[in-house]
Structures are given as structure tokens and as C-alpha cells.
Ligand binder design. Structure first.
Ligand code: ZN
Ligand code: ZN
Length: 224
């Protein structure tokens, strides 16, 4: 479903986004493995002639990456992430676990799922521009979380570095429960919104925030 300029959303519990370019398309996050069929359908329906050249991964959490194997193999797409996230995406290292029962439970769960069967082909660094997207390295939710800003449209794809309310008009801090280092994640979210002047924000979970200037102002007043 087209939601903004050249951006398509594949909705469910986790949002995945396509960006349509002149000769190819880009996917940001893959969602779960079940969702791969919806993603394939979106490609067939909207840009059957354009190769899925690149899959950019905001971070390694399974709800954002579990479709990588199927999609990477099917389309031969280049998989790109931050260097600090690469070992967790490829499951060559275990994500450090958080304190508390939920952190430990998630740690055990991610331990069960080892062996990636795909590779991260390219790494990106803070400030780099890749396929027309500016990279922000924003550690805290995970060590190598990135946000991506489309240079032309100023659409900002931010993974789980911020949250939003149900209506999609208020920016909320990153979810404490899922952040590896909540304070660092909060600092990263402030840094991102101080530097970027997005025309729209597309989150890993929840509704898009279109024309977010006043929501950003409120958030920075409260948390910076
Ligand atoms: Zn996450
Ligand atoms: Zn998530």
C-alpha cells in the first residue's frame, strides 16, 4: 500500500517499508518470516520490473529480520546494516541480554534460533548516504540500530528508536522493555530529532507520523 511519495508500507505488527527508485526498489526491514509472502506480493503488484536491489536492516531483533533468509535468497538482494549490528543479524554473536525476567526470556528465545543462512553484504556508518538514504547510527535499543532519512523527500525511517501513540500524532520515547540500554536509546532519539528535520516519520511499530514538526518540538521540550 502506497502511503507517501514513493513509499509503500507492508503493514502488520511490524512495519516494513519499500522505497521505489527509478530502476530498483529498496526494502527497510523484513518483518517475520511469515510476512515474506506479503512482501513478495507487494513487489509483484507494484514494481514487478524493478529488482529488490537492497534490504536495509534497522536492527537485528527477530521481528525485523526473520524474513531475510527467504527474501535474500529469492531476490539476491544486498543486505546492509551497521557494523555493530552485523554479528547479531548473522547470528554469529548473541545479542547482549537485558536484566530482568523479560530480558532473560528473550535471551533464551534468541539463543534457540541460531544459524543465519545469509550474510550481511555491506556495512554502513553514521552520516553515510546509501541509495539516497542518510544513515544515523543510534545505539541504545540495540548497539547498531540505524535510522535512515531519504535525502530527497526527508522521510525518516527510524526502526524502534522512538514510539508513538495510537493516533500517530505524538512521539513517545523508545519502549523501555525492549531497549538494551534505555538511557542511551533516549539520548539517541533526541539526537536524531535534533539533527533531522523529517517531512514524515515511519516507525517500526505504529502509525506513520506525517508533518511531525510540532510532535518533534514537544518531544524535544520534554526529553532533551
Ligand atoms: Zn527492536
Ligand atoms: Zn520492533
Amino acid at each position: 500500500m502506497k502511503i507517501y511519495e514513493n513509499i509503500y508500507l507492508v503493514p502488520s505488527f511490524v512495519n516494513c517499508y519499500f522505497i521505489e527508485r527509478e530502476d530498483y526498489c529498496i526494502l527497510i526491514d523484513t518483518g517475520t518470516s511469515k510476512k515474506a509472502s506479503k512482501i513478495i506480493h507487494t513487489i509483484k503488484t507494484n514494481f514487478p520490473e524493478k529488482p529488490l536491489k537492497v534490504i536495509l536492516v534497522t536492527h537485528a531483533h527477530l521481528d525485523h529480520t526473520a524474513g531475510l533468509k527467504k527474501l535474500g535468497q529469492l531476490y539476491g538482494s544486498k543486505i546492509i546494516s551497521h557494523e555493530k549490528e552485523k554479528p547479531y543479524i548473522m547470528k554469529s554473536e548473541k545479542m547482549p541480554s537485558r536484566d530482568g525476567l523479560i530480558g532473560k526470556t528473550l535471551g533464551i528465545f534468541s539463543n534457540l534460533l541460531s544459524g543465519a543462512e545469509y550474510s550481511v553484504d555491506q556495512i554502513v556508518t553514521d552520516g553515510e548516504i546509501i541509495c539516497g538514504l542518510k544513515v544515523y547510527h543510534l545505539p541504545g535499543h540495540t548497539p547498531g540500530t540505524i535510522a535512515l532519512e531519504d535525502v530527497e523527500t526527508k522521510a525518516l525511517f527510524c526502526g524502534d528508536i522512538i514510539d508513538c501513540n495510537k493516533k500517530g500524532d505524538t512521539i513517545l520515547p523508545p519502549k523501555k522493555l525492549f531497549a538494551l540500554n534505555y538511557n542511551q536509546a533516549l539520548i539517541s532519539s533526541v539526537k536524531m530529532l535534533q539533527v533531522s528535520k523529517p517531512s514524515a516519520i515511519f516507525l517500526g511499530h505504529g502509525k506513520p507520523i506525517i508533518k511531525p514538526a510540532s510532535a518533534i518540538k514537544l518531544y524535544l521540550e520534554q526529553y532533551s
